[in-house]
Design a protein around this ligand. Structure first.
Ligand SMILES: Nc1nc2c(ncn2[C@@H]2O[C@H](COP(=O)(O)OP(=O)(O)OP(=O)(O)O)[C@@H](O)[C@H]2O)c(=O)[nH]1
Ligand SMILES: [Mg+2]
Length: 461
């Protein structure tokens, strides 16, 4: 299993730090040292490691982390995000031509998986993208190469174009384009020959084919087991051919993972696919965040990361709360609050996280509260922006329009407006108390109006 030891070491580093209640500069440095060692041991390029650690440090020392509810978890999240960054933040796909035939050229060193990947990609395009692909056997060097591609093509029911081993690859590539045009193919994949090392002859052959077929994508297959050498190989292919995407192969093997983490960072070429086995179905579109999850090992760590995300949402709430306390709270803000709360989970669960409100959590009728929130949301959504900003303009005719629009009664709207006014008043009051230097006791304030589910949450101390 790829990354196994990297995953284990990172997990240990994280466990050490999250086990400690408080984040100090020392235990953070200890953790980062561990992370650095784990990456170097996994054979990640030293320059990539250095930049990685610098970025993490910079972000971790920023005010955001230190002020957050659980700084240790936040640091783990930063490491996670930074790994996603390293792998490329967005999913990259095939550069399909908007009209005409899309051409994809596969290049790479010998045995890295070009032929297999050609068939795998053709299979994905046919099954998932409803394309009509044609495979072209441009490897006439290795005797069995044409047969190999034909066998693979057969198994996925994709035609293979070949004029045999005696016609130059370049000629065949050109003829294949004519053939594709004449026979209604919309995507042509060229499987090319590999070499043990990069040499001029190979590069010239590839450059000629490139010139002839003007590929929309030049995909370089790199074997995940290669380690750091991947980087050098990828760099020189990229310099000479301007590679548009990487296919990481043999990720099902026992790779240490280093090459994968370095190659994208150094070449800046996105990874488009990952090969995970010898069969034609063993190919995945590359998703950086999923790969990061895999490297970090799901389970524990992901829980930390998710919790940290929630904490960040809470900080958003705190910002909203300060707006509320200045008395500038509108129905639109209320809507945001409701949505934020829905994202966070059950009302009782949220209240438990808020200082001073945990005792009340048990008293809430969840189902009723959820229903009420949905109703409120529907009502606000039926209002115009102007009405949300200034509910005073709501007269009978507007109210009945809103009631119709939201499937509620005018009485519901009156109730909401009353509740909103109370919340706004209370917020203002709390804001003023805060100004006097006395922090209000949220629980006591809320306790007086247990029916009001909306105001006041999210304020941290
Ligand atoms: N386990 C595993 N094996 C793979 C994967 N991709 C390719 N292989 C195997 O690696 C070997 C080489 O694959 P090919 O597709 O023939 O590689 P190539 O780059 O076309 O090789 P040449 O044409 O000789 O340059 C074959 O035995 C494949 O079955 C993969 O993702 N996982
Ligand atoms: Mg091959």
């Amino acid at each position: 299993m790829a990354f196994e030891s990297l995953t284990n070491r990172l997990n240990k580093a994280f466990r050490d730090i999250t086990g400690k209640g408080k984040l100090t500069e020392k235990n953070m440095n200890d953790m980062l040292r561990e992370v650095r060692m784990s990456l170097l041991e996994a054979d990640v390029n030293y320059k990539v490691v250095k930049d990685f650690i610098d970025h993490v440090k910079e972000k971790a020392l920023g005010a955001d982390v230190m002020s957050s509810l659980n700084p240790s978890q936040m640091v783990v999240k930063i490491v996670h995000d930074e790994i996603v960054e390293l792998l490329g933040t967005s999913e990259a796909s095939i550069n399909f031509k908007s009209s005409g035939i899309t051409t994809i050229m596969m290049v790479g060193l010998q045995g890295t998986g070009k032929t297999t990947a050609s068939a795998k990609i053709a299979n994905v395009l046919k099954k998932k993208k409803a394309r009509k692909p044609l495979l072209v056997a441009c490897d006439i060097v290795r005797p069995a190469a044409i047969e190999q591609l034909k066998t693979l093509g057969n198994s996925i029911d994709v035609e293979v174009y070949s004029e045999g081993a005696d016609v130059p690859a370049l000629t065949q590539a050109k003829n294949a384009m004519e053939y594709a045009k004449a026979n209604g193919y919309d995507t042509v994949l060229f499987d090319t020959a590999g070499r043990l090392h990069i040499d001029e002859e190979l590069m010239q052959e590839l450059a000629d084919i490139k010139e002839a077929v003007q590929p929309d994508d030049i995909l370089l297959t790199v074997d995940a087991m290669t380690g750091q050498d991947i980087v050098t190989v990828a760099q020189s292919f990229n310099e000479q051919l301007a590679v548009t995407g990487l296919v990481l192969t043999k990720l099902d093997g026992d790779s240490r993972g280093g090459g994968i983490l370095s190659v994208r960072a150094i070449t800046n070429v996105p990874v488009k696919f990952v090969g995970q086995g010898e069969k034609v179905d063993d190919l995945d579109i590359f998703y950086p965040d999923r790969m990061a999850d895999r490297i970090l090992g799901m389970g524990d760590i992901m829980t930390f990361v998710e919790q940290a995300q929630e904490k960040m949402d809470m900080e958003e709430q705190a910002k909203a709360a300060s707006k509320m306390m200045s008395g500038k709270f509108t129905l639109d803000d209320m809507l945001m609050q409701i949505r934020q709360m829905n994202k966070l989970g059950s009302l009782g669960g949220i209240m438990k996280m808020i200082p001073g409100m945990s005792q009340m959590a048990g008293q809430i009728d969840e189902a009723k509260a959820e229903g009420q929130m949905k109703k409120t949301e529907a009502i606000i959504l039926s209002m115009t922006m102007e009405e949300r900003e200034n509910p005073d303009i709501l007269r009978a005719s507007r109210k009945s329009r809103i009631a119709k629009g939201s499937g509620t009664q005018v009485a519901d709207i009156n109730r909401l407006i009353k509740q909103f006014e109370q919340t706004r008043q209370m917020m203002k009051m709390m804001g003023n108390m805060g100004k006097n230097g006395k922090m209000p006791n949220m629980g006591a304030l809320m306790g007086k109006k247990p029916k009001n589910n909306f105001g006041g949450f999210g304020r941290r101390r």
